[in-house]
Design a protein around this ligand. Structure first.
Ligand code: PNS
Length: 172
């Protein structure tokens, strides 16, 4: 009997800065898992954005947070997202849409990516309502001002924020 031909792996890419990852991001990743053979979380390596955490730290925090999902891999990329997707053999990029205010910039990115590579499709997914106001910027701000982040980020992220921003909190 001839071997059945294997169809290529269906891969979806979830790109972002993830500085740091929060539960809204994790909610999207969990929703993606059943839909694709492999989900690649792609961390942008762009020091111009002056991130709080290095790429290595962000990769470590995300890998720890998704360790229960064997079909999820976490990688960094620099340069164009569409080039990274070519390198992976992926055609689908997923972005989270929290509110209408996200739409304009996401629409621009989706159309630019399509222009750069017409084979790439952008899918938008919405996180659980409880997380629809979350952003990495707010997470850092609230932490630095002493606010409670319980239930909004993985525990490991709170630990890292403490190491990095603890000094800011102490003179509050
Ligand atoms: O979490 P962010 O900062 O909103 O993620 C933005 C990201 C990383 C998805 C976007 O900046 C990106 O894809 N950058 C890579 C450079 C690129 O491909 N630019 C042209 C298409 S928009």
């Amino acid at each position: 009997m001839p071997e059945p031909t294997r169809s290529p792996k269906r891969i979806a890419v979830y790109p972002g800065s993830f500085d740091p990852i929060h539960n809204g991001h994790l909610d999207i990743i969990q929703r993606m898992i059943p839909g694709w053979d492999e989900v690649v979380v792609a961390v942008l390596n762009n020091e111009k954005k002056k991130p709080l955490f290095s790429v290595a730290e962000r990769l470590e925090m995300i890998r720890e947070a998704v360790s229960d999902h064997p079909t999820c891999r976490v990688e960094s990329f620099s340069g164009l997202l569409v080039d990274f997707m070519d390198h992976l053999g992926a055609r689908v990029v997923v972005r989270g849409l929290r509110a209408v205010s996200d739409f304009e910039v996401e629409f621009q990115m989706a159309l630019m990516n399509r222009r750069l590579n017409p084979g790439v499709e952008t899918l938008f997914m919405t996180p659980r309502e409880d997380y629809s106001y979350l952003s990495s910027r707010l997470i850092k701000e609230v932490f630095s001002l002493g606010g409670d982040l319980d239930g909004l980020v993985p525990a490991a992220v709170i630990g890292r924020l403490g190491q990095r921003m603890g000094s800011l909190r102490s003179w509050r």
